[in-house]
Write a new protein. Structure first.
Length: 173
């Protein structure tokens, strides 16, 4: 038996196991949940919503006032998770990034966090909550339907501007 070949084989297996473990450990971190709610006051029109990522199509949904859709996911191994959405209610149309991860910078939430989007008369509002540690929810963004930016990257507002959800105008239930 050649000890040199055995040692090389052992090293290859050790390196491959380490790579797989590092990738799997990252990939199987906590889940993030996205919730999108139709917060329009009127039921005259359904909110049309289509969200997807490169690997996962959430599909087309027509939400009545007060209805929600929700999905959960784990970051991909390449740190490039991006969920983008197209929303339309009557003549109001908006494209936005519901969640984005770049390298080591998450756009919003820690593992097992939740981003809730309220799409209503005044625009699109995103709020972050972390159920694990019961910290207060933080408003991430507020977009007007007429704002011509096609997308947004969610970032918690400057610390002095962070407000508890209870202090913000609430979306209709």
């Amino acid at each position: 038996m050649d000890l040199g070949l055995t040692f090389k084989s052992f090293l290859v297996i050790l390196v491959m196991t380490s790579i797989c473990k590092a990738t799997m450990g990252f990939h199987f971190s906590g889940k993030t949940t996205i919730v999108i709610e139709n917060s329009f006051h009127s039921n005259a029109n359904y909110l049309y919503l289509h969200c997807s990522s490169k690997d996962n199509n959430i599909g087309e949904h027509w939400l009545a006032a007060g209805q929600t859709i929700m999905w959960s996911f784990r970051e991909n191994a390449f740190s490039t998770t991006l969920y983008h959405c197209y929303a339309q209610w009557g003549n109001k149309i908006k494209r936005f990034n519901a969640y984005e991860f770049h390298g080591t910078t998450k756009s919003c939430c820690p593992d097992q966090g939740r981003v809730t989007w309220y799409l209503g008369d005044s625009g699109l509002r995103a709020v972050q909550t972390v159920p694990k540690n019961n910290s207060p929810a933080i408003e991430l963004t507020n977009l007007n339907w007429d704002d011509h930016r096609l997308s947004t990257t969610l970032r918690p507002k400057h610390k002095s501007h962070n407000k508890n959800v209870d202090e913000l105008p609430q979306a209709p239930v």
